[in-house]
Design a protein around this ligand. Structure first.
Ligand code: ATM
Length: 231
């Protein structure tokens, strides 16, 4: 138990690191905001952030990797290294300092997205991804991950009616359904291989129900209980 905890959390500070993962349109960002509000109400200091992004440089990389449309295909290896460059900056500037300061970090996507998108869907070797993920994140992975699970068809229908994304599709959203099915399958496989860390939540239902389950799963986390005791 102690060993698995060490390998999951790595060396960094006394904070708690939560990530939200899942296919497009699963409602990650709004669930993240709702969870942060609930924690802040209870006096827990939170940092909300996202990947790729979270710092000015990482957000600039995000714009390139999501929107590049410059007449040449983006090689999978290039995409991987851009994601990891953004992560390295984000970890150095935001995640690491917040965890060192004992805060709860809530991040919209992290290394599991790299495994799902660049690994399972783009076909890059998973060992390479695992090593670069560790390097870019300084060995500090999430303590708890919520995979908000939704069939890609449903997620896409939701996105199509969301006003901010209506009619605009980025490089990932333009991929076919098979790509997005591989991504979903990869998240479920990751969850099966790391059940202590990764909790799958059915996101194809009202947001209030999803939020209630997120709170229940967090309350059931022994690591989070230990963290709260030390606050
Ligand atoms: P969202 O903020 O909408 O989740 O978009 C970020 C995109 O970046 C997302 N695309 N879709 N669909 C997934 C992709 N992504 C990766 O491919 N690898 C990564 O490591 C991360 C963090 C995100």
């Amino acid at each position: 138990m102690e060993n698995s905890k060490k390998s999951r959390r790595g060396a960094a500070g006394p904070g708690f690191f939560i990530t939200f993962e899942g296919p497009e349109g699963a409602g990650k960002s709004s669930q993240l905001r709702q969870l942060a509000a609930a924690l802040q109400e209870r006096g827990v200091r939170c940092v909300c952030t996202r990947e790729p992004g979270g710092t000015p440089l990482a957000e600039a990389i995000r714009a390139v990797v999501k929107e590049f449309n410059g007449g040449e295909p983006v090689a999978p290896e290039t995409e991987l290294l851009l994601m990891e460059a953004a992560r390295a900056q984000h970890v150095a500037e935001v995640i690491h300092p917040a965890l060192e300061a004992g805060m709860t970090v809530l991040c919209d996507r992290f290394g599991d997205s790299t495994s799902a998108y660049q690994g399972a869907a783009r076909g890059i070797d998973r060992e390479i991804i695992a090593r670069i993920n560790r390097f870019a994140s300084r060995g500090r992975g999430p303590d708890l991950t919520f995979v908000l699970d939704i069939p890609p068809e449903v997620g896409f229908r939701r996105n199509a009616v969301r006003s901010e994304t209506r009619g605009k599709f980025d490089r990932f959203e333009r991929e076919d359904m098979e790509f997005h099915r591989k991504v979903r399958r990869a998240f479920l496989d990751l969850a099966a291989s790391e059940p202590d860390r990764i909790k799958v939540i059915d996101a194809d239902r009202p947001a209030g129900e999803v939020h209630a389950e997120v709170l229940r799963r967090l309350a059931a986390s022994p690591d989070f209980a230990v963290y709260l005791e030390k606050l």
